[in-house]
Design a protein around this ligand. Structure first.
Ligand code: ADP
Length: 259
């Protein structure tokens, strides 16, 4: 019989892009986007050529986190130029569609929009393309993990039991499609009071490390729960770029070093 045509589920390499890394979480609100942004910045600071694809269809936050107000330019019939901010080439679904409209998209539309952002963007030569995945582990995420030529996946979780349960599902999803798990990051870890220096484990502490050990995947580090991380995200100045020598900036650099 003739060789079978490549199906849509065969991941195709993206010319010029060495590695594609997915950042995922089992559920929303655990800080996946904040972590993706700061991780991308930290990787760039370590000397990598970095792109960031904001595929979080239901809540694209990269334009805001990076303080980007311009739109990507059309530089060819079907080619967009990503916007560079803090040393990272950024492309976001938020540049292209109204998030309110995208909220009601079905799985196949989500997948085709993300495929377009992978293939019809002039990424140029990159060492790493970080993909901020849509939250959850449904069909859209599964298909996306199958169709994107991923080198590996990073799972973001809070230390809390509930979030960890979802993180476990994320790990299982990537394992199902044979994408290597690069590791788990514990976000919103121990809070240190800026006034008294006291420590509070608001969402717990150490849960992600234990879970990583249980699942036999690497543990990539802890990012504290900190007001500065939230405020710098809100003001479009990711802390890994604006305060790389501070405690939080260093925490992101340490994680990037592990990836
Ligand atoms: P997700 O992408 O998982 O939905 P976000 O990255 O949008 O989550 O984060 C949700 C909210 O929590 C945002 O307001 C963000 O600024 C904040 N946040 C994320 N990580 C931290 C952290 N380590 N400390 C404090 N606030 C954080």
């Amino acid at each position: 019989p003739p060789p079978r045509a490549k199906t849509a589920t065969t991941p195709r390499h993206i010319p010029g892009v060495r590695h594609i890394i997915a950042v995922a979480s089992g559920k929303g609100g655990v800080g996946k986007s904040t972590t993706s942004a700061n991780l991308a910045v930290a990787l760039a600071q370590l000397g990598q050529r970095v792109g960031l694809l904001d595929a979080d269809i239901y809540g694209p936050s990269m334009p805001k986190v990076f303080g980007i107000t311009e739109k990507p330019r059309l530089i060819g019939p079907r080619t967009l130029e990503p916007v560079t901010a803090y040393g990272v080439k950024v492309m976001s679904i938020g540049f292209l569609v109204d998030p309110e409209a995208a909220m009601i998209w079905r799985g196949p539309m989500v997948i085709s929009a993300i495929t377009q952002m992978l293939r019809e963007v002039a990424w140029g030569d990159l060492d790493v393309l970080v993909v901020d995945m849509p939250p959850g582990t449904g069909d859209a995420q599964l298909t996306l993990s199958q169709q994107t030529p991923l080198s590996g996946a990073v799972i973001v979780s809070t230390p809390q039991d509930l979030a960890l349960m979802d993180a476990r599902r994320g790990v299982a999803m990537f394992q199902k499609v044979e994408v290597p798990i690069l590791g788990i990051i514990e976000n919103m870890s121990t809070f240190i009071c800026p006034h008294c220096g006291g420590r509070s484990d608001i969402f717990g502490h150490g849960g992600a490390r234990q879970e990583a050990e249980k699942l036999k995947v690497p543990f990539l580090g802890e990012i504290p729960l900190a007001m500065q991380i939230r405020t710098t995200s809100d003001s479009g100045e990711p802390i890994a770029a604006t305060d790389p020598e501070g405690t939080h900036g260093k925490a992101y650099l340490a994680v990037a070093d592990q990836v």
